[in-house]
Design a protein around this ligand. Sequence first.
Ligand code: UFG
Length: 320
Amino acid sequence: MKVLVIGGAGYIGSHVVKNLLACGHEVAVFDDLSSGHEINLFSQAEFVRGDITDSEALAKVMQKGFDAVVHLAAKKAVGESMENPQKYAINNLCGTINILNAMADNGVKYMVFSSSAAVYGIPQYLPIDEKHPTLPINFYGFTKLEIEKLMTWYDQLKGIKFVALRYFNAAGYDEDGDIRGLDSAPQNLLPIIMEAATGKRECLKIFGQDYDTPDGTCIRDYIHVNDLAGAHTAALDYLQRTNESAVFNLGTEAGTSVLQMLEACEKVIGRKIPHLFAERRPGDPARLTASAQAAKAKLGWEPKHSSIENIIASTWRVYQ
Ligand code: UFG
């Protein structure tokens, strides 16, 4: 297929581009490089620098004629989305409307969208399956859920079939070392542990030690970015095969606590990592784990890269 990856210079997007190229797809990347990196680009994929809030730029690139769009361009900091919802409304919501309109105008048939477990909000049961109520508790999660609803309407009205992939905690780096762009101000646990390990930051602050979990710290479902990438390629195959829209969780179905992650990092790196215990971070549920049964059954997808050791070792290689 001829695929336009929007946000293809970003952390997850660049891994998706690599996977699509390896599976024989023709790929172009559209990215404003606001958080993506030039070093994440692949020479085999044409690169167009542009912003999704610029509808003219999107219209122009979409005229090149694509079978599918993989859309990963978004602002993604949960905390910031609560302080500056305007930025998230314009980038995530208006930007996606521009993409869908350009797709409709140019007859692009398929969309794979990077959604998030943030659409669920506080879990009512575990593991979370796709039927779990969607009640986001932050503006970021709200934008992802609204985009899913927009895509449902564009499916009904314009025939654009979509797969929304609800990622749990994305982590790890390409094992071949082909993707090396680092987040300059990381907010997520593993990059922060890495920065504490390299001395780039003083220490890891563990948010809360009195949760109702075995060691008192929060449990998350960490999924390797190469497993996420493979699911996008599988989603395109699924769309071509079935011509049906769908929503899938992507996670390992296993949980790792903050302390377990820290200890596993110390083991892989071979030294102690400075840390201290701090207050709980508002809005953090004690546990989040996915049911990925639907993705396994319908996409034929299986996580293969997501052992905690591989997630950590592949990340450490880049941070070193
Ligand atoms: N944590 C710390 N210290 C830190 C950073 C994180 O203790 O400095 C803890 C958090 O409290 C949490 C766990 O590590 O318990 C994971 O936190 P992250 O910020 O890495 O990830 P979240 O689970 O909060 O959120 C991530 C993405 C969201 C996405 C969600 C889906 O950042 O965009 O996974 O599960 F919606």
